[in-house]
Design a binder for this molecule. Sequence first.
Ligand SMILES: [Zn+2]
Length: 134
Amino acid sequence: MDQAAPPTTDDTVAPRDLKQSLKRGWRRRCPNCGAGPMMSGFLKVRDTCPVCNEELHHHRADDGPAYITILIVGHLMAPLLHIFFVQLRPDPLVTVAVFSVGCVALSLFLLPRIKGMLIALQWSKRMHGFGKSG
Ligand SMILES: [Zn+2]
């Protein structure tokens, strides 16, 4: 039996567009305005958006982006390694070189984007204090 929870203050505010904020997070932009950069470095998240002053310091990404990146890179590279080895029978040093560079490059590409998406998800769901700013 499903009982509805009593409304809280978070239920009375307007919902935020999840799909739009995830796209903005992938581009490492502020999930609120889409114009300001979310990060000041490779992975360092700004305290506030320089364009709309939305507070971004509420995020709690922690190890989540790393786990998701490893999950994706592992599930892509392991089958590719199998196909690469079975089909081409390359020299082991070539295999190591190709897949080392491939794994590192893909991880460095995905990690900040996944972190942006995770923070945008938290922002759109008003998690960890994101709901207090509007
Ligand atoms: Zn902004």
